[in-house]
Design a protein. Structure first.
Length: 285
């Protein structure tokens, strides 16, 4: 058993994560919970002419109280604590929203490439808000590929969903790839160095997931600038600027704070892209 329902990872689960760099599927949210989340997300789309506005793609938990609650959900944090320890920050959250029959995809890449972290004590929790299947363009990974940082380049594709359009600059043996299929309410957990991507959504249903990025709070930014993050459990070591909860959905104070937070994040990201894109791979201890 990977984990008890809504509980910490078992020793077997922790060992599998260390070996494979990926764990799935883990049931966290009940059907009624995920249905309410989907209804609320649909309401946000309807208010913006049927699509998620850009301000809700990155760090939406700083603008929407129910997403702030998801980031702090003890069932998720118990799992994360099993892998990263008791002092935790959520330094990012992202919606990945593929419309039906969308050509959008994500090329093979490693998350940590441009994260500018002093060490890879971080992970992603990917929450399925709709069926995430091979047909709908689910996450795909190369298991046990998280031993080193590899060089990346720009994909130059208009269909690339990543902000930096990053993709690996080396050939990948795709015969080793597995599909991370999830049903609504299930999650996957993956290491920041595992090689992963996704294909286009060839189904007639929208595929939506919420990615939460967690890091041990004593990890520092390698950038000259400190990033912003949300303290979700344990102790703050003062390495990040701490974020505030929204008082209401898209409330004015939160909307005033968001541009500066996102601008600094993009400055750090852009600097890291410039610094690392030409570097060769290096082994991670």
């Amino acid at each position: 058993m990977i984990a008890a329902p809504g509980g910490a990872l078992s020793e077997e689960g922790q060992a599998r994560y260390r070996r494979d760099g990926i764990l799935f599927p883990i049931r966290v949210f009940e059907p009624d919970e995920i249905a309410r989340m989907s209804e609320r997300l649909d309401a946000l789309r309807r208010a913006a002419s049927g699509v998620l506005p850009p301000m809700l793609i990155v760090k939406p938990h700083l603008l929407v109280p129910w997403l702030w609650d998801v980031v702090h959900d003890s069932r998720i944090l118990d799992l994360v604590e099993s892998l990263l320890g008791p002092n935790l920050l959520c330094w990012n959250s992202n919606f990945f929203d593929k419309a039906a029959t969308s050509p959008q995809r994500i090329y093979w890449h490693q998350d940590a490439t441009y994260w500018a972290l002093s060490r890879p004590d971080a992970l992603t929790v990917w929450i399925a808000l709709s069926p995430s299947t091979s047909e709908s363009g689910c996450l795909r990974v190369i298991p046990a590929s998280h031993d080193r940082q590899l060089p990346h380049e720009e994909s130059l594709s208009e269909d690339d969903m990543l902000i930096g359009r990053e993709k690996l600059a080396v050939e990948i043996d795709e015969s080793r790839a597995i599909d991370v299929e999830l049903q609504p309410g299930e999650i996957s957990v993956h290491h920041p160095l595992i090689i992963h991507g996704s294909r286009p959504n060839s189904s007639r249903r929208r595929r939506t997931g919420l990615a939460l990025r967690f890091v041990a709070s004593d990890v520092e930014r390698t950038s000259d600038m400190r990033g912003f993050a949300t303290l979700v459990r344990g102790r703050d070591y003062g390495n990040w600027e701490l974020e505030q909860a929204p008082e209401g959905e898209l409330d004015r104070a939160a909307l005033r704070r968001q541009p500066d937070i996102l601008r600094k994040a993009m400055q750090i990201f852009s600097a890291e892209v410039h610094r690392t894109r030409s570097h060769a791979g290096r082994t991670v201890e």
